[in-house]
Design a protein around this ligand. Structure first.
Ligand SMILES: NC(=O)c1ccc[n+]([C@@H]2O[C@H](COP(=O)([O-])OP(=O)(O)OC[C@H]3O[C@@H](n4cnc5c(N)ncnc54)[C@H](OP(=O)(O)O)[C@@H]3O)[C@@H](O)[C@H]2O)c1
Length: 246
C-alpha cells in the first residue's frame, strides 16, 4: 500500500494509536479526517495538528454513523482509505455487573458493527478512487482471550473473521483489505496504568506502517506475533500467559 497522497478516514483519531497514525499520515502528505466522541479531545488533537479535519460522532449510534458518512461523501469525495481504529473496552465481572448487557451492546456497536457499517456505506466512495484500502484494527487477544474483557475479545475476533471474509470477497477488486493486530500499547486506553509489556505508541505505528508498505494483509505487531505463534503451538499455555499479564 502506498502511504502518500491518500485521503484517509481514521476513526478514533483523537487519541492514542489513531492520533499517532494521523500525525504520521499527515507528515507523509496525506489528507487526514478523524472522528471521535469527545469534542474536547478532537479540539486538542486539532490544536496539536492543525491540518487534521475533525468530525464529532458517536459511532455506536447508527444515525450518527450515517450522518458522518453523508458529510464525508459531500466534503471528501476523494476518500480512498478507511481505518477502523476506534474501540472501547469494558473490564467487568460479567455475572455480577448489573449493566453488563448495556455495556455489551455499546461495545459490540462500537468495535464491530460501526466498522462493518462504515465499510458498507463508504465502499462505493473509496472504490471509485485510486488505491482504495480498508484497514481494520484488532488485537493480539483474538488469538487468546483475556478473561477480564468478556466482550472486547469476541468483538475483535468477530472483526478479524469479518476482515478475512471481506478480503476473499473482494479478491478480484482493487480495494485492499488489511488487518493490524496490536499488542499492549502505552496509550490513554489503559487509563494511566499500562501493562508492563506495553510498547510505545510511536513504535506500534511505525511497525504498522512498515507492514502496510510491504503489503502484508495481516500485520501482527510486536507481541501479537509471539502470541499468534504461541496460540498455534501451545494454545493452553497462550491462554494462561495472556491471563497472567500484570
Ligand atoms: N492500547 C492498547 O494496548 C491496544 C492493544 C491492542 C489493540 N488496540 C486497539 O487499537 C485501537 C486504538 O486504541 P488506543 O489504544 O489508541 O485507544 P484510545 O487512546 O482509548 O483511543 C480510542 C479512540 O477511539 C475513540 N472512540 C471510542 N469510542 C468511540 C465511539 N463510540 N465513537 C467515536 N469514537 C470513539 C476515542 O474517542 P473518544 O474518547 O472521544 O470516544 C479515541 O479517539 C483500538 O481499536 C484498540 O482496540 C489497542
Amino acid at each position: 500500500m502506498k502511504i502518500k497522497n491518500n485521503t484517509v478516514l481514521i476513526t478514533g483519531g483523537s487519541s492514542g494509536i489513531g492520533f499517532e497514525l494521523s500525525k504520521v499520515m499527515i507528515q507523509n502528505g496525506n489528507k487526514v479526517i478523524i472522528c471521535g466522541k469527545s469534542n474536547e479531545k478532537l479540539l486538542a488533537a486539532k490544536k496539536a495538528e492543525p491540518k487534521l479535519i475533525t468530525y464529532q460522532c458517536d459511532l455506536a449510534k447508527t444515525s450518527e454513523c450515517e450522518e458522518l458518512v453523508d458529510k464525508i461523501k459531500i466534503n471528501h469525495p476523494k476518500l480512498n482509505i478507511i481505518v477502523n481504529n476506534a474501540a472501547i473496552v469494558n473490564k467487568i465481572d460479567f455475572l455480577n455487573d448489573e449493566k453488563a448487557l448495556e455495556l455489551a451492546e455499546n461495545e459490540y456497536q462500537t468495535n464491530l458493527l460501526a466498522p462493518i457499517r462504515l465499510i458498507k456505506l463508504l465502499y462505493n466512495t473509496i472504490s471509485a478512487n485510486e488505491s482504495p484500502a480498508i484497514i481494520n484494527i484488532t488485537s493480539g487477544l483474538i488469538f487468546a482471550p483475556r478473561v477480564i474483557y468478556p466482550f472486547y475479545n469476541s468483538s475483535k475476533s468477530a472483526l478479524h473473521s469479518f476482515t478475512q471474509t471481506l478480503r476473499i470477497y473482494l479478491k478480484n477488486e482493487k480495494t485492499e483489505v488489511f488487518e493490524v493486530m496490536f499488542p499492549a500499547v502505552n496509550t490513554p486506553w489503559h487509563k494511566g496504568t499500562p501493562p508492563k509489556i506495553a510498547i510505545r505508541v510511536e513504535e506500534a505505528v511505525s511497525q504498522m506502517i512498515k507492514g502496510l508498505e510491504k503489503g502484508e494483509s495481516e500485520i501482527r505487531v510486536g507481541g501479537a506475533k509471539i502470541l499468534y505463534l504461541m496460540s498455534r503451538v501451545a494454545p493452553g499455555f497462550a491462554l494462561r500467559k495472556v491471563n497472567s499479564i500484570k
